[in-house]
Design a protein around this ligand. Structure first.
Ligand code: PEP
Ligand code: CO
Length: 442
């Protein structure tokens, strides 16, 4: 790593680069950012890496989920609590169904930057820069809102800290305690078609826990249940680099803005800036793998990003789509096996299944999401491996952004509560139902 620095990526072509009009303001913001306390610690990061190493061996299961894009104005106690509740409920269902400990990783406390397919957007003859997430600019269609503002980097850091502070307080304060899963019920969920089955599972788990503790005299490890980790797409390399520090005990370089950053599909060029940056950090990292990525490219990425075959280091999140996974996944599995490295395979069944309705709304169908997952479990199994995790875009809110599910949301329902500025999320009921359905494939 002698040739690596937190800014050595500057020598490489960076996709999705943000154009700031004041370099002075940018440099000031980055200097301030790098002087502030880290959001996470290297000890937590290493603990997650050990857990991911176990997931890669089939002994744990990774649940990663949250919004496509977090919003500054959604940093509210209700939204944070509801998101935590749905992730806790899903993890309980997965623990029960798989008989494995579940690693809970939120797509939160830093998921503020979005890759865009177009740099500019034109409306009624007016062209402005695209919205790239609250980290960069604002979604309103005015020149002022769309200007890339370096001060937003600091606002994003602060919102991340506020979110993480509240999550840590809830989790440590007993909210996440497995003895009280009733804390995780959402008010509007009582009439959910999945509610009865969920409550059965919750009762089973609490009874099993009570049995173990009372009859066998074993106390469930509290820590085991309350771990929660953060992740986001490491897209904005100035932002990520400013929060990259040498940290004990190994004195390696860590990205301390998040436990588990990932490289998005649009920035996964092996010769590009993002791969160069990620190569040098000691965090566990993930890469999104789309249907357009060749097995040869995946091999290159594995060799660059995990040269020492470090346990827990690399997760590959495939997002191939229900119709493509059958043809694309087997060659990818074979290619990775040929490298001799052990990676953790995770399935994102969201991003390969997005389509636009006749009315122009971006959506996904529950059946496509479930269908891709079913195939993912089966293909890994038939190739002598395992799917070790799932990656979802979801919310604890009662939105109508994805179609289908037990309530069978249809095109006409989307208009009722569609709030995402970017990708459509599973709502609370759809997310819980999905967790129940996939335990049948595990
Ligand atoms: C995302 O996770 O929101 C995303 C943009 O995904 P991908 O990089 O897989 O397209
Ligand atoms: Co998305």
């Amino acid at each position: 790593m002698a040739d690596w620095r937190p800014d050595s990526w500057r020598g490489r072509p960076a996709a999705q680069r943000v154009a700031y009009d004041s370099v002075v303001e940018l440099v000031q913001a980055l200097a301030e950012l790098s002087s502030l306390p880290p959001l996470v610690t290297s000890w937590e990061v290493e603990a997650l890496k050990r857990q991911l190493a176990e997931a890669a061996m089939g002994r744990r299961f990774l649940l990663q989920g949250g919004d496509c894009a977090e919003r500054f104005d959604e940093c509210t106690p209700r939204i944070i609590t509801n998101r935590l509740k749905i992730l806790l409920q899903m993890s309980l269902v997965l623990v029960h169904g798989s008989n494995k400990p579940v690693i809970r990783v939120g797509r939160f406390a830093g998921q503020y930057a979005k890759p865009r397919s177009e740099d500019f957007e034109t409306r009624d003859g007016v062209t402005l820069p695209s919205w790239r997430g609250d980290l960069v600019n604002r979604p309103g269609f005015t020149a002022d809102e769309r200007r890339a503002d370096p001060r937003l980097l600091l606002r994003a850091y602060e919102r991340s800290a506020l979110t993480l502070n509240y999550v840590r307080a809830l989790v440590r304060g007993g909210f996440a305690n497995l003895h009280n899963p009733e804390n995780w019920d959402l008010d509007f969920a009582q009439h959910s078609p999945a509610a009865a089955e969920y409550h059965d599972i919750a009762r089973h788990v609490t009874e099993a826990l009570a049995f173990t503790e009372n009859v066998l005299g074993v106390h469930a490890g509290e820590m085991e249940w309350v771990d929660f980790f953060t992740s986001h797409e490491g897209l904005h390399l100035d932002y990520e680099g400013a929060q990259t520090h040498r940290a004990p005990p190994s004195e390696r370089w860590y990205n301390l803005a998040s436990h588990f950053p990932w490289i998005g599909m649009r920035t996964a060029d092996p010769d590009g800036a993002h791969v160069e940056y990620f190569r040098g950090i000691a965090n566990p990292i993930a890469v999104k793998v789309g249907a357009g990525m060749s097995p040869a490219t995946v091999v290159k990425l594995v060799e660059i990003l995990d040269p020492d075959d470090e346990a827990g280091r690399l997760t590959l999140i495939h997002r191939l789509g229900r119709t493509r996974i059958g043809e694309c996944l087997p060659p990818l599995i074979d290619a990775v096996r040929s490298t001799g490295r052990r990676v953790l395979w995770c399935c994102d069944p969201m991003h390969g299944n997005t389509f636009t309705t006749a009315a122009g709304t971006k959506t996904r169908h529950f059946d496509d999401i479930l269908g891709e997952l079913e195939q993912a479990f089966a293909i890994h199994r038939s190739h002598g491996g395992y799917l070790g995790g799932v990656h979802f875009e979801l919310t604890g809110e009662d939105v109508t952004e994805c179609l289908g599910g037990a309530r069978n949301l249809r095109d006409v329902d989307l208009a009722r509560a569609y709030r995402s500025e970017v990708d459509p999320r599973l709502n609370y009921e759809q997310a819980l139902e999905l967790a129940m359905r996939i335990t049948r494939f595990m």
